[in-house]
Design a protein around this ligand. Structure first.
Ligand code: AFP
Length: 327
């Protein structure tokens, strides 16, 4: 099979598509570089005392894992060096990090979960980095910085660190691309440039231990997914990026609903729900809170959360119908 590397693909596809896609393509290459650096560290973490916690607590109130901190630092290092973006919002940082790029670079904001699924690191479960890229002229108000809606994204995706490393991304004007890391040559090679998520599927991914915390509408939704459809298959890894990747390829829905005590749920909007929501939407799927398209939410704060349902369009339409029965 002819192996087209990421750099070859991006050059052949974007050099004629104008300045924006050229710069966006450069950011995509930057993410791929960080992905390779993180994947190397993830594979050696157990041998280089890189497992476990740093002892710090992040802005989310969560224990920071050594690999969380390492991954965040690598994204900062690479994007401070290449000066392709003007600022970064990361799960691991309380405030937006300003990067003194050139004026054009200042047009770009990256939102980032540098390492999602951290609680799985020490037990060798697949984890990953999730990113979104926004362009000021596409959606920020007249010079004043405003947190953008998911719809305003110009690129998004994730790098998976598992038995193999995959780089899955979308950029404006293109389809959803999947690349697989060919380790001996150190390059991500193209698998497909137009991935589509199956419209229908029996797979649902949710932590059913939370059942008693959910409001009646969510309980009815999960009862339906478990026993109301022709066929049901429960698959929950507990690592969003891993569950999402399986459902993107095989079809299915990932749910992290709000709870009676915690109506916004656990998943962060700007660097988890929105990037994966845009990606699955570009692959023909849907991204919903149950009542609203996630991509339409106007963020108030960088680390806000939202109820998150991502995956096969037909299943999510059925879920939204159930939620609509309740107020
Ligand atoms: P960690 O990064 O703390 O492991 O959280 C991962 C996550 O945000 C997401 O990747 C999982 O789907 C979800 O949490 C699992 O949460 P529960 O353990 O509450 O099911």
């Amino acid at each position: 099979m002819k192996r087209i590397t990421l750099a070859e693909y991006l050059y052949s596809e974007t050099h004629t598509r104008g300045e924006c896609s050229g710069r966006v393509a450069d950011v995509i290459k930057g993410v791929a570089l960080v992905g390779k650096i993180i994947y190397r560290q993830v594979r050696w973490a157990g041998l280089e005392n890189m497992l476990g916690e740093t002892g710090a607590i992040n802005v989310q109130g969560e224990e920071v894992k050594r690999l969380d901190e390492y991954s965040n630092d690598r994204f900062i290092e690479v994007f401070q060096r290449n000066r392709l973006i003007g600022s970064m919002i990361s799960e691991e940082m309380g405030e937006r990090l300003m990067i003194d790029g050139d004026p054009l670079a200042a047009e770009f904001l990256m939102t980032l979960d540098p390492l999602d699924g951290s609680s799985n690191i020490d037990v060798d479960v697949t984890i990953g980095s999730i990113f979104a890229l926004f362009q000021r002229t596409g959606g920020f108000d007249n010079g004043e910085f405003r947190l953008p809606r998911g719809e305003e994204m110009v690129a998004c995706g994730y790098v998976l660190y598992g038995a193999a490393s995959y780089f899955v991304y979308w950029m404006q004007g293109f389809g959803v691309c999947v690349f697989n890391l060919d380790m001996p040559i150190g390059e991500y090679v193209l698998i497909t440039n137009d991935l589509k998520v199956p419209v229908e599927s029996s797979i649902y991914s949710v932590n059913e231990a939370n059942y008693r915390k959910w409001a009646p509408d969510t309980q009815k939704v999960v009862d339906y997914l478990r026993a109301g459809r022709e066929k049901s298959t429960g698959r929950y890894i507990g690592s969003l990026v891993a569950d999402f990747h399986r459902n993107l390829l095989k079809g299915g829905v990932y749910l992290y609903p709000g709870e009676a005590e915690n109506p916004e749920g656990k998943i962060r909007l700007l660097y988890e729900a929105a990037p994966l929501g845009k990606l699955v939407t570009m692959a023909g799927g849907k991204a919903s809170t149950g009542r609203q398209n996630i991509l339409d939410i106007i963020p108030d704060t960088p680390h806000q959360r939202c109820p998150t349902i991502l995956g096969s369009a037909k299943v999510i339409e059925e879920i939204e119908k159930i939620y609509a029965e309740f107020k």
